[in-house]
Design a protein around this ligand. Structure first.
Ligand SMILES: Nc1ncnc2c1ncn2[C@@H]1O[C@H](COP(=O)(O)OP(=O)(O)OP(=O)(O)O)[C@@H](O)[C@H]1O
Ligand SMILES: [Mg+2]
Length: 517
């Protein structure tokens, strides 16, 4: 019982209060009352029978017994309050008065005046002890109530802490960004995905105004105001978030009101990153388009190539037969040149359309790149383009088909040179990082025109008068087939930077067939 109670009492609770807080059981109270009555009866009996007994030569035992009455009176006042004390002192008075009145000639006689004072004192002691005990008891009760209240507050606090950490763990594990905003437009909470999407740590979001964090996102801010003012129950929109130091993120935003007692006390903004989904959809559409186009192109190219061969042979024969001095010789020469150009174009078309089964294996990309640079050197000199190469693959091979990789390099370098008709610089940098060899081609050319930037990897998209628009779509197919990636960053008038990432070969990987591209 005591242990049970101590469990609820705080460590600093005074020990003396513990007994007072604990009420005695009913049988024990009856037992105590009987004991008091018995004590009074025993004292009265001895008091009446020891009228003339001398004790220790000078003090009367009789007087000592009279004083003993104080013990049951005080005990009764402590255990049963004023009422218990007074009841006992009155009982003592009733028992004592006849004896005091009969002995020594009367209650108020000069020799018996101390009897009278004792009777008064029995009652005074009963009342004062009862008062003190009852006031202490009330104090203990208040203390008990305070403790109960304290316990309840502690319980509620721990419930709240539990709920808070539960909600926080849910918010941390959801894949979407979740931001809660109060009715003044200030951010209250932001989960880690929100920090990541907005490119700001949590400390730079919480307690900041929504207007500052989403500066420039007018649609989103307007929608947030609308939901906050109760004008709309829910708004969904798509927007582009531009973290200060990263690439822009396409996000689906949902704004819902946060209600309490049917009034809006804030809003909750949830955002889903759509960049990857969009990129995948785009890739799927492109792959679908390309595969159909590939078949068509291969068919057409084959049909054109055969008659082209026949025409070339015929024109050549004609030229040989016309003799050196004939003026038509020159016409034949032009025809042959144009046929060759057409043939080259048809070969490019065939390259694009034909899924090739070619050998994959470890390739020294740095060496391959140097070979291609050597090959294009003449062209670069003609155009006054200065090619610089930096970095290294640090002797890491890539897992690739060498001819295809050469094709990629040739296309990217020729595009860059073609973009600098008045000369310029082409910086090619190599670096191995995180399982990929990254090769970047940065030129100071005219930049990709904005109108075709989003479509440069689609076939037949070109801004050059003599371009076929197939180069970059072939590059993309090859890079895809190598499970690599390609990124374009271009600004019209300032230059273009194209970065390739090609997977490094794992040590001991065997040569194998099977690249489609
Ligand atoms: N480095 C670059 N600088 C500026 N514009 C570029 C660059 N690379 C590509 N482009 C633009 O992208 C377009 C598409 O390039 P792509 O290589 O696919 O085709 P193309 O060069 O026009 O023709 P081809 O099939 O002969 O390569 C180009 O016409 C050009 O406008
Ligand atoms: Mg090209």
């Amino acid at each position: 019982m005591a242990a049970e109670e101590d469990r609820h009492l705080p460590r600093h609770a005074p020990r003396e209060l513990r007994g007072m807080i604990r009420p005695a059981s009913q049988p024990f109270r009856v037992f105590e009352a009987l004991m008091i009555a018995a004590a009074v009866a025993i004292i009265t009996y001895f008091h009446y029978t020891t009228l003339h007994v001398e004790f220790m030569s000078h003090t009367s035992l009789h007087i000592i017994l009279r004083r003993l009455y104080y013990i049951p009176i005080i005990y009764a006042a402590i255990r049963f309050g004023i009422r218990g004390g007074l009841l006992t002192s009155l009982a003592v008075t009733v028992l004592f008065v006849p004896h005091a009145a009969s002995s020594m000639g009367g209650l108020f006689e000069s020799g018996s005046i101390d009897n009278f004072f004792d009777i008064i004192l029995y009652n005074v002691v009963a009342v004062t002890t009862g008062l003190v005990v009852e006031s202490r008891r009330r104090q203990a009760q208040r203390y008990e109530e305070m403790l109960a209240l304290n316990r309840e507050i502690e319980d509620r606090e721990s419930d709240l802490r539990r709920i808070k950490s539960y909600i926080e763990s849910i918010l941390k594990s959801v894949g979407n960004a979740v931001i809660s905003v109060d009715d003044r437009g200030q951010i209250v909470t932001a989960n880690p995905v929100a920090s990541q999407m907005l490119g700001r740590p949590e400390e730079e979001l919480v307690a900041f105004p929504l207007r500052q964090v989403f500066a420039g996102q007018d649609d989103l801010l307007r929608a947030a105001d609308l939901v906050l003012s109760g004008g709309q129950t829910r708004v969904t929109l798509e927007t582009e978030l531009g973290p200060p130091d990263g690439r822009p993120i396409s996000a689906a935003v949902r704004i819902t009101p946060h209600r309490s007692n049917s009034s809006t006390v804030g809003i909750v903004i949830s955002m889903e990153d759509l960049t990857e989904v969009k990129e995948l959809t785009h890739q799927l559409l492109r792959a679908d388009k390309l595969s159909g186009l590939g078949e068509l192109v291969t068919g057409v190219a084959h049909e054109v190539r055969n008659p082209l061969g026949v025409i070339r042979a015929s024109v050549q024969m004609m030229r040989d037969e016309l003799g050196d001095n004939c003026p038509e010789q020159e016409l034949c020469q032009v025809m042959l040149q144009e046929i060759d150009r057409l043939d080259a174009f048809v070969n490019t078309l065939l390259d694009f359309g034909r899924p090739s089964q070619s050998q994959m294996g470890p390739v020294d990309a740095e060496r391959t790149l140097d070979e291609v640079i050597l090959l294009t050197k003449q062209f670069a000199i003609q155009q006054q383009v200065n090619i610089r190469r930096s970095g290294s693959s640090h002797e890491h091979d890539i897992w690739a088909n060498e001819d295809r990789v050469k094709q990629v390099f040739i296309n990217l370098i020729s595009n860059a040179i073609q973009a600098m008709p008045d000369g310029g610089d082409l910086e090619i940098a190599l670096a191995a990082d995180d399982g990929y060899l990254m090769i970047s081609f940065a030129d100071t050319g005219c930049g990709i025109p904005e109108r075709i930037q989003a479509r440069v990897f689609e076939p037949f998209v070109t801004a050059r008068p003599n371009g076929s628009g197939l180069g970059l779509s072939i590059v993309h197919r090859i890079v895809d087939a190598h499970k690599g990636y390609i990124r374009v960053d271009s600004e019209a008038g300032r230059g273009t930077s194209i970065t390739l990432g090609l997977p490094l070969a794992k040590k001991g990987e065997p040569m194998k067939e099977g690249m489609d591209g």
